[in-house]
Design a protein around this ligand. Structure first.
Ligand code: PEP
Ligand code: MN
Length: 255
């Protein structure tokens, strides 16, 4: 059975924004009290770090923090699930589960997620072909097409100037050939703050239904991915432009 908990409308450009990782109450409050207050907030609680010594996320403590803030602010929370054993504990605070690039091929995780009535964002693995990505999405089939959101987050290429290669061709292809919502993550694609907003605008032109953008009130002290986070004023500037750009593509920005 299909539900549509986030009530996505066909002509809206939705924005999922927040820090790479949930770090502190202070950090989230700065985002939640901003004039451009996002209603779909992302934030890693269980992080999949390439280096085992890097910050791994707050875990249960982060979950409690989200619960507390939900008592005060209205927002939907989106977080990555890295192991099927986390699903039950994340369920009460998570509106949408995120499967990270490193787990796109984790079919057991996908099968388990398909048993819950919650939308799933399926990020593209570093070197997945579009066919492999859609193959992974098949494991979520039970959720119904409205609850499967594919996220282009850049792929590996021979180039090393940017973190990844933002494949906007995939966005154009998927919009024309699949029924799924297509999300673009310009933050992990570009990897550096100064390029993120421009990549977001390009994604809108390519037909993306939504954008996932990492922000942080103080990127310099972020515990993960600070080099690609927008600060609050850079975020506000991007919002101003997106509000103007969205109607050009017959969309309306949903904050
Ligand atoms: C993230 O969104 O924080 C993340 C880890 O992204 P990816 O899985 O695309 O690397
Ligand atoms: Mn990140």
């Amino acid at each position: 059975m299909e539900n549509n908990p986030l009530n996505f409308k066909p002509n809206e450009l939705f924005l999922i924004t927040g820090p790479c990782a949930v770090e502190s109450e202070h950090q989230l409050r700065a985002i939640l009290t901003n004039e451009n207050r996002p209603t779909l907030i992302r934030g890693g609680i269980h992080k999949m770090r390439t280096n085992a010594k890097s910050f791994q996320g707050l875990g249960i403590e982060g979950l409690e923090l989200i619960k507390k803030l939900k008592g005060e602010f209205t927002f939907d929370f989106i977080t990555e699930v890295t192991d099927p054993r986390q699903i039950e504990t994340l369920l009460p605070v998570t509106s949408v589960f995120q499967v990270g690039a490193r787990n796109m091929y984790n079919y057991e995780l996908l099968k388990e997620l398909s048993r819950y009535n919650r939308p799933v964002i399926l990020k593209r693995a570093f070197s997945a072909t579009i066919a492999e990505w859609l193959g992974a999405a098949e494991y979520l089939f039970n959720l119904g097409e409205k609850n499967i959101i594919l996220c282009e987050r850049g792929i590996r290429s021979f180039d090393n100037k940017l973190r990844n290669l933002l494949d906007l061709g995939s966005v154009i292809y998927l919009k024309k050939n699949t029924p799924f919502k297509i999300l673009v993550d310009p933050s992990h694609s570009m990897g550096l703050t100064q390029y993120v907003a421009d990549a977001a605008y390009a994604a809108v032109a390519a037909g993306a239904d939504g954008l996932m953008v990492e922000i942080h009130p103080e990127p310099a002290v972020a515990l993960s991915d600070g080099q690609q986070a927008l600060n609050i004023s850079q975020f506000d500037e991007m919002i101003t432009k997106l509000k103007k750009l969205a109607p050009v593509f017959e969309k309306e920005l949903r904050l």
